[in-house]
Design a protein around this ligand. Structure first.
Ligand code: GAL
Length: 639
């Protein structure tokens, strides 16, 4: 198996008798797998009592796996502090928003602001890094596991409160500055000193939005700090790259910022679980029930590629999961298609979660590549098929796209803190705009709001309340077409309405002012084909699409949240202006290019005939024009 497209699997040697490890390792290698992630929940076995390190089993597992030619991705076990450690401290558990301390008995039962836990997680990280940092079988590290999973990045504990006060003191220096920034005079919420400031929960009605936004910023910084402690400890003892596994539809900390401390960003892709619990419409939920939404995985691949050019899928769904409200099984071929799709978007590797289904504890219904009786599951069969296809592909480098979507974690927080309408859904807006470009056959980069716009023909900014002067400077230096959603530029950094009204600083380049905004129930249409939100504007610019869009040279502003048809029409028009060529893809089909390769994915539950306009002069390396449900075709320039 080539090292260019790498395959991996998540394995828990501590769940299986030692006598089984060698067979498991040989089977993984036979399926084309070359990397195994282990260790991320194994603290109770590594250190069953304080200071009593039992390395034998982990040593043995690493030896057995590496004897089969596998390399190790080693997790620091800090997502699961063991019982003995929890019993030693009364300041590790996080507190939920309702003020209830969390309990031992599952995982992630710690508060990022617990000084005791920061110290303990550093201690175990140091021990593991000292033992394995220079091990020849070590390929990479993973810090902890899924920061924030199970609603854990924001903690409402006394430790968080104390750390928040310090953070505020550092940011504002004087309490008067804080009172002004927060507009504390409103409802007599002014403070006389920093020690009076509580966390923004358990208030009678909604807390002050600027207070909440600062608490969210602080909580994000705490996660980043926690991770940095582990990274520094590891780097002092090991040259292996450091990764962390992010999640889907999750943004409670700034992943762009945290990724600056990583070498590889990874994420955990569960397309069916997220179709069921994510921002999905009724038609999509049934049509894509066993395939997942065609833009879910692609969107996250591009988001995390935007966080770090080296990236992986660390956990790929291999069959039904156990944690959504309903847990269908993927149609045959889909596990392979999801896996190939990650490579199409530029992944270095894809690793399935998990090797064998566990017959005990919380995830008994979660599929693995192997069933409990040790036969291969459908996912296991498709793992080998994925490897066989990758084997035939040339080493294609990933290139940047010409279309960008701006993603801002602060914008997400602000949309949740003061949504001004229940139907506003940040993730949906992001994936709809992303999807508009993908349906037109374009590749998309997802970038932070601080990134340079050089190299882009089109930049989409669906939701960005704070538009800084620096953003405007970068925009002015670019020739791209910029497409803004309603409400963009509508807030200052302190979460106030700008004195010159919405769109704030954007009025430098866009001769339009929003004088009134209304939000509407889902299902109520706005003129031109929008919904949810309507800005009323004062402008001399000509109205397009019944006033749904205004353009000032290369700056375009939607006054409403565009529905699918409006978005598609307006996007096509702007692409034409930009000289960007688009294709109309069949519904449920997506295309992604990597070097000379063009991958085509059929997310439909039925076969699709690919149009000649798409295939053009390319030849099929795998698949065919009649693309079966859930199948992938790989095409390349005729040679
Ligand atoms: C992930 C987690 C894994 C496992 C998996 C099940 O969120 O990292 O440990 O629980 O979900 O789908």
């Amino acid at each position: 198996m080539s090292e260019f497209y790498q395959l991996g699997v998540c394995y828990y040697p501590e769940h299986w008798p030692q006598s089984q490890w060698a067979d498991d390792a040989a089977d993984m290698a036979a399926r084309g797998i070359s990397k195994v992630r282990i260790g991320e929940f194994a603290w109770s076995r590594i250190e069953p009592a304080r200071g009593n390190f039992q390395w034998d089993r982990l040593d043995g597992a690493i030896e057995t796996l590496s004897a089969a030619g596998l390399k190790i991705i080693l997790g620091t076990p800090t997502a699961t502090p063991p019982k003995w450690l929890m019993d030693e401290y009364d300041d590790i558990l996080a507190v939920d928003k309702d003020g209830r301390p969390r309990r031992f008995g599952s995982r992630r039962h710690y508060c990022f602001s617990s000084k005791s836990y920061v110290r303990e997680s550093g201690r175990i990280t140091r021990a593991v890094a000292e033992r394995y940092g220079k091990h020849p079988a070590l390929y990479a590290w993973q810090t902890d596991n899924e920061y924030g999973c199970h609603d854990t990045s924001r903690s409402w504990s006394p430790m968080a409160q104390a750390a928040f006060r310090l953070w505020l003191r550092e940011k504002y220096k004087t309490v008067d500055a804080l009172n002004t920034a927060w507009g504390g005079v409103f409802w007599s919420m002014e403070f006389q000193n920093f020690d009076q400031i509580d966390l923004p929960n358990l208030t009678v009605t909604e807390p002050n939005p600027s207070h909440v936004l600062d608490f969210y910023r602080f909580s994000s910084d705490q996660v980043i700090k926690f991770n940095r402690v582990q990274c520094d400890i590891i780097r002092a003892r090991s040259d292996a790259p450091i990764s962390h596994n992010f999640m889907g539809y999750y943004g409670e900390f700034d992943h762009f910022k945290l990724s600056q401390d990583l070498d590889i960003a990874t994420w955990d892709s569960y397309p069916l679980g997220f179709l069921d619990i994510g921002p999905t419409g009724d038609f999509e939920r049934s049509h894509y029930m066993r395939q997942g939404h065609p833009d879910f995985a692609g969107f996250h691949h591009d988001l995390y590629r935007g966080c770090k050019s080296r990236w992986w899928v660390m956990e790929q769904q291999p069959g039904p999961v156990n944690w959504a409200d309903h847990n269908p099984a993927p149609i045959d071929g889909m596990v392979k298609t999801w896996s190939l799709e990650a490579f199409a978007h530029g992944a270095e590797g894809v690793s399935w979660f998990r090797y064998r289904q566990a017959p005990f504890a919380q995830e008994q219904f979660h599929a693995g590549l192997k069933r409990v009786d040790n036969a291969a599951s459908q996912g296991g069969i498709e793992a080998a098929q994925t490897a066989a296809i990758l084997e035939t592909l040339p080493e294609a480098e990933t290139q940047n796209a010409k279309t960008a979507l701006v993603f801002s974690y602060e914008a997400l927080w602000m949309s949740e803190i003061q949504p001004q309408g229940k139907a506003r859904n940040f993730w949906r807006r992001m994936t709809d705009w992303y999807g508009a470009a993908r349906k037109a056959g374009l590749d998309v980069d997802i970038i932070s709001e601080t990134k340079d716009f050089a190299g882009y023909d089109i930049v989409m900014i669906a939701d960005l309340p704070i538009i800084s002067p620096d953003f405007i400077d970068r925009l002015k230096q670019s020739k791209a077409q910029f497409i803004f959603g309603p409400g963009c530029g509508g807030k200052t950094k302190d979460f106030h309405i700008p004195p010159n009204l919405v769109p704030g600083n954007l009025q430098d380049v866009l001769a339009l002012k929003v004088i009134k905004t209304e939000t509407l129930r889902a299902g109520v249409a706005t003129p031109g084909g929008g919904h949810i939100w309507q800005d009323y504007v004062e402008t001399d610019l000509p109205a397009q699409f019944d006033g749904a869009l205004f353009s000032d040279a290369n700056i375009h502003y939607f006054t409403t949240v565009p529905g699918e048809a409006l978005l598609q029409k307006a996007f096509a028009k702007i692409c034409k202006t930009a000289g960007v060529e688009t294709t109309v893809l069949p519904d449920g089909v997506r295309v992604r290019r990597r070097g000379d390769l063009t991958f085509v994915f059929n997310y439909n539950p039925h076969a699709v005939t690919l149009p000649d306009s798409l295939i053009g002069a390319m030849r099929f390396r795998s698949g065919q024009p009649e693309l079966a449900p859930g199948e992938t075709a790989v095409l390349t320039a005729q040679d």
